[in-house]
Design a protein around this ligand. Structure first.
Ligand SMILES: [Zn+2]
Length: 82
Protein backbone atom coordinates (compact mmCIF):
# COMPACT_ATOMS: atom_id res chain seq x y z
CA UNK A 1 0.00 0.00 0.00
CA UNK A 2 1.09 3.50 -0.75
CA UNK A 3 0.05 6.16 1.66
CA UNK A 4 -1.03 9.26 -0.26
CA UNK A 5 -1.98 12.43 1.55
CA UNK A 6 -2.95 15.85 0.30
CA UNK A 7 -2.12 19.29 1.57
CA UNK A 8 -3.62 22.13 -0.42
CA UNK A 9 -3.06 25.75 0.51
CA UNK A 10 -1.40 24.66 3.75
CA UNK A 11 -4.36 22.56 4.82
CA UNK A 12 -4.63 18.80 4.92
CA UNK A 13 -7.56 17.58 2.90
CA UNK A 14 -9.37 14.29 2.91
CA UNK A 15 -10.11 13.33 -0.72
CA UNK A 16 -13.30 11.58 0.40
CA UNK A 17 -14.62 14.71 2.06
CA UNK A 18 -14.24 17.14 -0.81
CA UNK A 19 -17.56 18.81 -1.52
CA UNK A 20 -16.71 20.01 -4.99
CA UNK A 21 -17.17 17.26 -7.63
CA UNK A 22 -14.49 18.74 -9.87
CA UNK A 23 -11.96 18.83 -7.03
CA UNK A 24 -12.82 15.24 -6.17
CA UNK A 25 -12.24 14.23 -9.78
CA UNK A 26 -8.86 16.00 -9.89
CA UNK A 27 -7.71 14.35 -6.67
CA UNK A 28 -8.95 10.93 -7.80
CA UNK A 29 -7.05 11.30 -11.08
CA UNK A 30 -3.85 12.27 -9.27
CA UNK A 31 -4.22 9.31 -6.88
CA UNK A 32 -4.86 6.93 -9.78
CA UNK A 33 -1.85 8.23 -11.67
CA UNK A 34 0.41 7.72 -8.67
CA UNK A 35 -0.85 4.20 -8.06
CA UNK A 36 -0.33 3.27 -11.71
CA UNK A 37 3.22 4.59 -11.80
CA UNK A 38 4.56 3.18 -8.58
CA UNK A 39 5.46 -0.47 -8.71
CA UNK A 40 7.78 -0.55 -5.70
CA UNK A 41 5.31 -0.20 -2.91
CA UNK A 42 7.67 -1.76 -0.38
CA UNK A 43 11.35 -1.42 0.31
CA UNK A 44 13.01 -4.74 -0.33
CA UNK A 45 15.64 -4.08 2.32
CA UNK A 46 13.46 -2.85 5.18
CA UNK A 47 9.93 -3.76 4.13
CA UNK A 48 8.95 -0.11 4.69
CA UNK A 49 6.18 1.44 2.64
CA UNK A 50 6.19 4.68 0.68
CA UNK A 51 4.37 7.81 1.76
CA UNK A 52 3.56 10.46 -0.76
CA UNK A 53 2.45 13.92 0.16
CA UNK A 54 0.83 15.86 -2.65
CA UNK A 55 0.96 19.53 -1.86
CA UNK A 56 0.46 22.87 -3.50
CA UNK A 57 -1.22 26.23 -3.29
CA UNK A 58 -4.13 24.92 -5.32
CA UNK A 59 -5.20 21.77 -7.14
CA UNK A 60 -3.71 23.10 -10.36
CA UNK A 61 -0.32 23.64 -8.77
CA UNK A 62 0.69 20.37 -7.18
CA UNK A 63 4.02 18.86 -6.34
CA UNK A 64 4.88 15.62 -4.62
CA UNK A 65 7.03 14.76 -1.66
CA UNK A 66 8.11 11.18 -1.23
CA UNK A 67 9.15 9.73 2.07
CA UNK A 68 10.11 6.22 3.09
CA UNK A 69 12.45 4.18 5.23
CA UNK A 70 15.68 4.92 3.35
CA UNK A 71 17.11 7.07 0.58
CA UNK A 72 17.52 4.31 -1.97
CA UNK A 73 13.86 3.39 -1.70
CA UNK A 74 12.79 7.04 -1.88
CA UNK A 75 14.91 7.52 -5.01
CA UNK A 76 13.43 4.42 -6.59
CA UNK A 77 9.88 5.63 -5.96
CA UNK A 78 10.73 9.12 -7.25
CA UNK A 79 12.10 7.60 -10.43
CA UNK A 80 8.93 5.61 -10.96
CA UNK A 81 6.85 8.73 -10.40
CA UNK A 82 8.71 10.86 -12.92
ZN1 LIG B 1 14.47 0.93 3.11
Amino acid sequence: MIDISYEIGGKKINPNNLKDALERAVVAAVTDGIKKKIKSTRCLDHNGSARIKVKGRSLSDLSMEVSGCCNSFIEKVKKELS
